[in-house]
Each structure stands twice: as C-alpha cells, then as structure tokens.
Write a protein of this length. Structure first.
Lengths: 197, 360
C-alpha cells in the first residue's frame, strides 16, 4: 500500500490490544499525515518508556523508579497491601482512588487448565514483606473468576502462618468478572465490602 | 407461527437461528465454526421482539473484526455490556426430535435441558454452572497430574462447593415452582408432568442451610481426593433429572416415545407460564416437529394449550394439514428453496411480521 515501512508500522500497531487491522490502518494514516506533531513525539515517548520502565522490586508495579512512585509515597499506608493479578488491575484501582495503601502484583493467577503453577507467580517478595512485620492487612483483590478465587484461597493459606489479617474483595464483583473492566463505583463498593478470608 | 416443509427445507435451521438470539450455543449446541453456511465463515441473526408494547432489537453473529470464532451481540443496535443483558430481556426454550431420546441417553442431556429451564428463570445460572464446571475441570487436571498443592486443590474445591450449592438451589427452585405451576393447570389441559431432581446436594439442601451444605461438600471433596484420580465424584455435574406423568406416576424412562414426548411438552408448556408470571415476559417456545409421535388426542390437547399460552411459539412439521387446527391463531409459512412463503389458509401476518428482518 505505502511501501514496506508503512506495512510494518500497520502490522506492529495491529498487534496491540484493542486494535485490529482496520483500526491500525486508521491510526497509522493519522500519524503519517502529521509526522512532526503526532509521530516523532510518540517515537521518543516509546523509546524513553522502553528504556526506563521496569517492574518495581517491592510490589511489581511498572514505573521508571524503583521502588515505584506508590511504594515510595510517604502518604500511602504501607501497612495495608492490596494483592492484584496484574498491573492493569492496579491501574484500575488507582484510577478509582479507592485504595490508600500499597500493592502487590502477582503476575497472574493459578490455573490448572492453562498450566500456571505456584512457582510461576511472583509471591516471594510479598511473603518477605509481610514476614518483616510491617504489614497489618493483606487485601486479596483477585477477581471473581474460578482461577482468581482459588488463587486467593491458596494465597490466604500461605499468608495465614505469618499472622497478618487477610480479607477478600468480592462483593459486587460478578461471577467470572475481572477487576480491570469494572466501573469505579463497583470497584469502590467491592473494596469497601471486603470480608475476612 | 408454524413452519412446514419437507426434510432439508431449512425449518430446523430457522429455529436454530432464533435459538441463537439468546446467549448459549443454541438448539443444536453447535460450536462457532459449525454455524456458518457451507463454505462461508460469517453469520448473523437479527430479530425484533415486541413485549408489553415495547420493541426490542436483538442481533448476534460473528464479530466484524476478529474472525469467525468470536460471537458478538447487539441490543437495539449497540453492543451490550455483557450477554447477561440479553438474558435479562429474552429467554427461549426448545424441544427437538433429538430429545425424543433424552431418557434413553446419559444424564448430561437431561441436565442441559433442566439447566436451560433454570436459565430462563434465572439468567445468572448459566455463569454459575460454567464456573462450577471450570473448577471441576481444574481439580480433575490437578488430581490426574498427582502431587498437587493441597491448598490449591482446596481453593478449587471451595469454588466447586459454592457454585454447586448455588446451581443446585436454583435447580431446586425451578423444579418446585414448575411442579406447582403444572398442578395449578399451567399446561392448559395438556397432561401435566412432574419433574424430579436426583442429586445428593439437593437432598441436603432440603434439610440444612446452604452454608452448611457448602461446608459438607468442601469436606467431602477433600476426603475423596485419593479415590478421585482425574475425576470429581461429587458436584452439580453429577445431578440427574427425572420426569413422570403427574397423573399416573409413570416414569419417562419406562414410557413410550410418544408418552415421553408428551411429558416434555407438558414441562415446556408449564415452564412458559411460570416464566411469564415470574419475569413479566414469556419465553420463546421453539418446538421442532412436536406433532411426531403424539397420538391424535394429545395433538389436539397441544394445539388447544398453544392457543392459550402467553408465549410466542414457533412450530415445525412436514405437512401443513397437521397444523390446520391452529389456522385461526397462527401464521403458516412454507419452507423450501431457501425461502419462506405465507400459506393463505392460516392467519394473515400480524403487526409483527413487517419487523423482524432476520426472520423473513
Ligand atoms: Zn512498588
């Protein structure tokens, strides 16, 4: 259509979530019509983010600083840790301003059918943090899927010997529901309605 | 509405298309890839429903962008937030000739039939059963692999227990209300049937609170792990449905094909009235070849019952004459050559007939 450069751009864009081939063509065209204004700043932003953003060594959030801006924020209550499946869930909770504590990103949920085992999850840093005694409550916010619920059950079992309060988010999250697709009001209600696990 | 025509004229395809307007795999239980026409990959169905003076447009088909294995819905032209939104507005129940063997084959077919009845009453039931079955499949996988993490297994068993009790409670609720409706004459003179549930979880729910039954099931599942190698011997997936003639207690499993068919028709007639009362709208009734195997007396009783039922009914058969007793209350359509032709012996098209683009 516009030479190999354009084809490559479109095929890379089309691999992004939410963009099919048609949307990728539209996005590419929009950029190519004004490369100075829309394309070069994007290229710089992409390169900078790729170079500087890493998982936080404490919680697993993606940030250009380590510890991340949330872990480093003295205003956050580090004694309440909210465990989420992925960074997308963390972002959803942050957007909704419903959690004043810190986070831990598991990087997945246990899944017998998909073959995700306990050793595939990012658990050790959480157990270490709780083991140091500065965490009073762990909130398990893992979504109402079968995998989310059984992972929460399993994780509660690992945390219980450490003597920390454990609660589960669930109220208002529909069966099979993931956190990052919920609206802010539902998320807030889910977090407020947490119950001891 | 009656659709008639020779075998292979597409009558059943039409019913299947309508059955796909509600969430689920439709009347044949087909997979996505099996739904398109021979040689094609894309398909779509659209229809306009009219209830309580309000029109409702529902469409479904392959996603415009994303390949033929993804199915999407449209509600009044827009994408619904979830399929549950569709389930909250419409329901459908069907009988097909394949179900003539429902009581000769395994329990899974009877469970699916029962669950579709429950789903029409409580749209969340489908998700609960699906979650239950995912948890069972996960537990089976861990047990068959051996050396599973006990806390992980306990987590899956917790999911099985919670969903099994919820699904069973919904089944018990449907069966109770359905039998009560049948006894009150909901079948409109058609011989009523009595539905039963064979399920240890249901038995316990009759005498203990749900949370206590969940605890029992969790403990029982943990106890049978050593003998459950790759299987799960307790749960909602082990339930079975029985059916008997409400008048003479003849069980369906011992009845003739015609008697069984009559029992199933008795169930769906009572169900239509139950749903209409409970949810404020009647389900679509799709009856594929309902007259086959019915004796003249039951056929007449069925047609009388259909005249009074609140639900919209689509019936199929091979010849128009069978359905002429319905000519004052039903439209007659002859199927053939990929088209539908109005039969003038039946009722002229009603106000609905200009609307549903997907039906004509
Ligand atoms: Zn952090």
């Amino acid at each position: 259509m516009g030479g190999p450069e354009v084809d490559r751009l479109i095929s890379l864009l089309a691999k992004l979530p939410g963009l099919g081939p048609r949307s990728a063509r539209r996005a590419a065209l929009r950029m190519l019509l004004a490369p100075e204004a829309r394309m070069l700043p994007l290229a710089v932003a992409l390169a900078e983010a790729a170079r500087s953003v890493r998982p936080c060594g404490v919680c697993g959030n993606l940030d250009s600083r380590d510890p991340c801006s949330i872990c480093a924020d003295p205003e956050r209550d580090a004694s309440i840790v909210c465990v989420v499946e992925g960074v997308g869930d963390l972002w959803a909770l942050e957007r909704a301003h419903v959690h004043r504590g810190t986070y831990h990103v598991l990087g997945g949920t246990l899944s017998a059918l998909a073959g995700t085992r306990p050793e595939d999850l990012n658990v050790a840093p959480l157990l270490a943090r709780v083991g140091q005694g500065e965490v009073a409550e762990v909130i398990l916010a893992l979504g109402a899927t079968v995998d989310g619920a059984s992972t929460a059950h399993w994780l509660a079992d690992r945390l219980r010997p450490l003597g920390v309060a454990i609660s589960r988010v669930g109220q208002g999250v529909p069966v099979g529901g993931a956190l990052d697709v919920l609206d802010d009001g539902t998320l807030a209600a889910a977090l407020r309605g947490r119950r001891p696990a | 509405m009656v659709v008639f025509g020779p075998n292979g004229s597409g009558k059943t395809n039409l019913l299947e298309a309508v059955s796909l307007l509600v969430p689920g795999r439709g009347l044949r239980g087909a997979r996505m890839a099996e739904l398109s026409r021979f040689g094609g990959t894309d398909w779509a169905v659209a229809a306009r429903f009219s209830a309580n003076g309000e029109a409702l447009d529902i469409g479904t088909g392959t996603a415009p962008e994303g390949g033929s294995d993804r199915r999407v819905f449209r509600l009044d032209g827009a994408a619904p937030r979830s399929q549950a939104e569709i389930g909250a507005r419409v329901a459908a129940v069907w009988l097909t000739p394949q179900m003539d063997r429902l009581f000769q084959e395994g329990a899974s077919g009877r469970r699916r039939f029962l669950d579709r009845l429950v789903f029409a009453l409580e749209p969340t039931h489908a998700r609960i059963v699906a979650a239950h079955d995912v948890a069972v499949a996960g537990r089976n996988r861990l047990l068959s692999e051996g050396q599973a993490d006990p806390a992980w297994l306990a987590g899956l068993e917790d999911s099985i227990a919670r969903h099994a009790v919820a699904a069973t409670a919904a089944r018990v609720g449907l069966v109770t209300r359905l039998n009560a409706a049948s006894m009150e004459g909901a079948t409109g003179g058609f011989p009523p049937a009595r539905v039963g549930l064979v399920c240890p979880i249901a038995d316990r729910l009759a005498s203990a609170p749900a949370l206590q039954v969940e605890d029992w099931l969790r403990e029982a599942l943990a106890a049978v792990r050593p003998t459950d190698a790759g299987t799960t011997s307790l749960g909602a997936h082990r339930a079975d449905m029985t059916l008997e003639d409400a008048e003479n207690a003849l069980p369906a499993a011992l009845a003739s094909t015609g008697q069984q068919k009559a029992l199933l028709i008795g169930v769906v007639l009572a169900h239509a009235l139950l749903i209409a009362r409970a949810r404020g709208f009647a389900p679509l009734l799709l009856l594929d070849e309902p007259a086959v195997h019915l004796d003249a007396g039951r056929r007449a009783a069925l047609f009388r019952a259909l005249e009074n039922i609140p639900a919209q009914v689509l019936l199929t058969g091979t010849d128009a004459e069978t359905f002429l007793p319905l000519c004052d209350v039903a439209e007659g359509l002859e199927a053939g050559g990929g088209m539908l032709r109005l039969d003038a012996r039946f009722m002229p098209p009603g106000p609905m007939s200009d609307a549903p683009e997907g039906l004509y």
